[in-house]
Design a protein around this ligand. Structure first.
Ligand code: NAD
Length: 407
């Protein structure tokens, strides 16, 4: 059955509300986005015909700072999904404690059907429509599904032309030469490794030798694998959208796996490893299972089969509420997405901060500040889970709502 993400988000809010008895005004504010902006984007195609695309930006809450969140280009972009994602950004930014609120947006388009010129014209027209509601101290978009640094650079340029200003802080995730930050590419994977490490050490557990299976070997999964390996974990299984590979005693050389994937287009048949079905990777006998690919990958159908004692949620919304209950009953520790993958937005904040203050930090500076943010957010969530005797997910929402209540 299709899981409606906005309904899940509202359930999460209600659960936290019932424990904290939120101020009714704050509760009402968080129950709906502040503002939904819908725009129409007429586009002259290369062949001279005109097509009209729908775009929108949802601004959920800005009580802690400018709205912040990605823009996705996808044919299935849907209002409820984007509303949920904007709510999660409000929560995530409060948990990682950056001075941003939550937003998200997108265009209903399959960008793979557009030429480079069409994509640029679409982005510039979309930006012109958004100019009144975005800006460095108002709402700061970023890349998301099918958008990237190049698209962010077009948005910056169009915004600056329209407002006759220099405004690198209007978007994050820009290319380095265009005001981007060192360390943004690695940030989400590296941040996840700090969150895992901190939670395990607060539980009195050591990284050394713990086995890890990762679903998703893209930006997030590949950096996470690398940093976990360097931290003494044993990465034993990986999967992408086509297949999985499993090596009980751990992969010695992750770079060789990347090279194999580049060469053959798939992880399958990596020498020395067993090729497995990609959907089996999270059910292997490992200590830590990591969904780092898609939403809804742990459902009530497969939650019983998870054998790991810890699930590190690197994807957004990878566990359905029903699956979450099953995992909690079975005593599986779930490090929730709003904490585990917040390293990306933490470094987006560093990028924005550098833009606003005209500074350039080294990668080492960025990583050090990221580590401080991730460890301190993980400690706050862990302590809240002990204090309120709740799961880490519920605790993360409690931390966020307490921070939102105190502004
Ligand atoms: P990506 O596109 O670089 O990688 C996605 C990976 O998932 C690819 O390797 C793909 O082959 C794999 N995949 C797709 N379907 C799969 C399946 N059914 N089974 C196994 N693997 C599958 O994306 P990414 O940037 O690495 O993002 C991954 C997840 O993390 C997404 O949910 C994203 O929303 C979330 N996230 C990303 C960031 C970031 O900074 N990139 C930040 C926060 C959250």
């Amino acid at each position: 059955m299709h899981n409606n993400p906005w309904e899940s988000a509202q359930k999460q809010l209600e659960r936290a509300h019932s424990r904290l008895s939120l101020d009714p005004l704050l509760h009402a504010r968080l129950s709906q986005p502040d503002r939904i902006v819908e725009v129409s984007i007429p586009l002259m195609m290369d062949d001279g015909t005109v097509r009209v695309f729908d775009g929108f930006r949802i601004q959920h809450n800005n009580s802690r700072g400018p709205y912040k969140g990605g823009l996705r280009y996808h044919q299935d972009v849907d209002m409820d999904e984007v509303k949920a994602l904007s709510f999660w950004m409000t929560m995530k930014n409060a948990i990682i404690d950056v001075p941003f609120g939550g937003g998200k947006g997108g265009v209903v388009v399959n960008p793979k059907e557009l030429s480079e010129g069409e994509l640029e014209r679409l982005t510039r027209e979309f930006t012109r429509k958004l100019v009144p509601v975005i800006g460095p101290s108002l709402d700061v978009p970023a890349p998301d599904v099918n958008t990237n640094g190049k698209i962010m650079a077009w948005i910056r340029n169009e915004y600056e032309k329209m407002t006759n200003s220099i405004a690198p802080g209007v978007v994050t995730g820009k290319p380095l030469e265009n005001g981007g930050s060192e360390g943004r590419t690695e940030a989400t994977g590296l941040g996840g490794s700090f969150a895992l490490d901190e939670i395990l050490s607060l539980r009195g557990e050591k990284a050394a030798g713990k086995t890890v299976a990762i679903q998703g070997f893209g930006n997030v999964g590949s950096y996470l694998a690398e940093y976990l390996q360097a931290g003494g974990y044993r990465v034993v299984a990986l999967a992408d959208s086509r297949s999985g590979i499993y090596k009980e005693d751990g992969f010695a050389d992750l770079k060789a796996i990347e090279a194999h994937k580049k060469l053959t287009g798939s992880l399958a048949n990596f020498p020395g490893a067993n090729t497995i079905a990609h959907e089996d990777v999270l059910s292997l006998p490992v200590d830590i299972a990591v969904p780092a690919a898609l939403e809804n990958s742990i459902t009530k159908e497969n939650a019983e089969s998870i054998r790991a004692s810890v699930v590190l949620e690197m994807a957004n919304g990878p566990t359905t509420p029903e699956a979450d209950e099953i995992l909690a009953k079975r005593g599986v520790i779930v490090i929730p997405d709003v904490l585990a993958n917040s390293g990306g937005v933490a470094v987006s904040y560093f990028e924005w901060y550098q833009n606003i203050h005209d500074e350039k930090w080294t990668k080492a500076d960025v990583f050090q500040k990221l580590e401080e943010k991730m460890r301190s957010a993980s400690r706050a969530v862990f302590e809240s889970s002990l204090e309120h005797r709740v799961t880490l997910r519920d605790a993360a929402y409690l931390v966020a709502l307490q921070r939102l209540s105190s502004v």
